[in-house]
Design a protein around this ligand. Structure first.
Ligand SMILES: [Fe+2]
Ligand SMILES: [Fe+2]
Length: 292
């Protein structure tokens, strides 16, 4: 497949939104609606971002030489966005630590997974990044599509997650296009086999590690055993059921002709932009009748 026929929209621009979120202490340790399992899974996810997204940047940049100019430009936007995500989630994680969580076990597990991946040829890191970026993009899509996911969360924290989700959608094709470029001379069958195998592998690790991470954080809140398992499973798979809801989009990755931009979901970005613009706009001046 030629890299000139990629379905990434021709008018897509990747624009880093260099936002800085709250640095002070979280108003509540259970910032996600006072819910142990919701706070735990989002904190477990956030723990992976600072080093995980630095790894994505490294993996994609290793293949930028010789990339077509449009892709090279998109890689720049992608790396800047991910670097800012790392910075903001590192700050968010410090707030979680300040509210009493110990994230060290979760961080060690991320370091372990990355060390295993990095011990393999660089194209494996690129494939893992490409698979995880699809994963992130479909989570982001669901997060922005259904406001119930963050409805009860601390507003500033919810804002951080929405901002991150928006940029994940915007750059969702970059790792995939870099992968297509890097493997342009591979036979179709080999390309599909590697991509499918890597996706299955990273999905297994993602589900197992994030679940274990969330269980560990719930344990730190005194919730263990059946209560912890059932609460977490209900939250992730039933209601709001984020993991269940991304199932179809996850499966599409394996279909022939898959590309992240086969679904153009920039309407979610426009809605996000409109909501932040509305929040930033000064309140309209209203005439107030003098009561005197
Ligand atoms: Fe990111
Ligand atoms: Fe990303």
């Amino acid at each position: 497949m030629s890299t000139t026929t990629l379905p990434t929209p021709a008018d897509l621009t990747i624009t880093p939104r260099d936002r800085k979120f709250e640095r002070g202490k979280l108003d509540a340790r259970l910032w996600h609606g006072g819910r142990v399992e919701a706070t735990a899974i989002y904190n477990a996810l956030s723990t992976t971002f600072p080093v995980g997204e630095a790894f994505f940047v490294e993996s994609v940049r290793a293949f930028r030489d010789g990339a077509p100019p449009k892709l090279a430009e998109e890689i720049k936007g992608f790396t800047t966005q991910e670097a800012i995500h790392s910075r903001e989630h590192a700050a968010f994680n410090r707030r979680a630590v300040d509210s009493g969580y110990d994230l060290s076990k979760l961080e060690e597990q991320v370091d372990f997974r990355l060390a295993v991946t990095k011990s393999k040829p660089p194209v494996v890191s690129l494939a893992a990044t490409m698979a995880l970026e699809h994963f992130t993009a479909i989570l982001a899509h669901e997060l922005l599509k259904d406001p119930r996911h963050l409805a009860e969360a601390d507003p500033e924290a919810a804002d951080l997650w929405r901002w991150h989700a928006c940029e994940e959608i915007e750059h969702k094709g970059v790792a995939y296009d870099t992968w297509l470029h890097a493997t342009r001379n591979w036979p179709r069958k080999k390309r599909w086999e590697v991509k499918a195998k890597v996706m299955l592998f990273v999905t297994r690790n993602f589900v197992v590690d994030r679940t274990a991470g969330a269980m560990e954080l719930m344990r730190q809140d005194g919730v263990t055993g059946f209560k912890a398992w059932s609460g977490l499973i209900w939250y992730l798979w039933i209601r709001p059921g984020m993991f269940r809801k991304i199932g179809v989009a996850w499966f599409k990755f394996f279909l022939p002709g898959f590309h992240p931009w086969n679904e153009d979901d920039r309407d979610l970005l426009r809605a996000y932009e409109a909501s932040t613009a509305a929040k930033a706009a000064p309140a309209p001046v209203r005439k107030v009748r003098n009561a005197a």
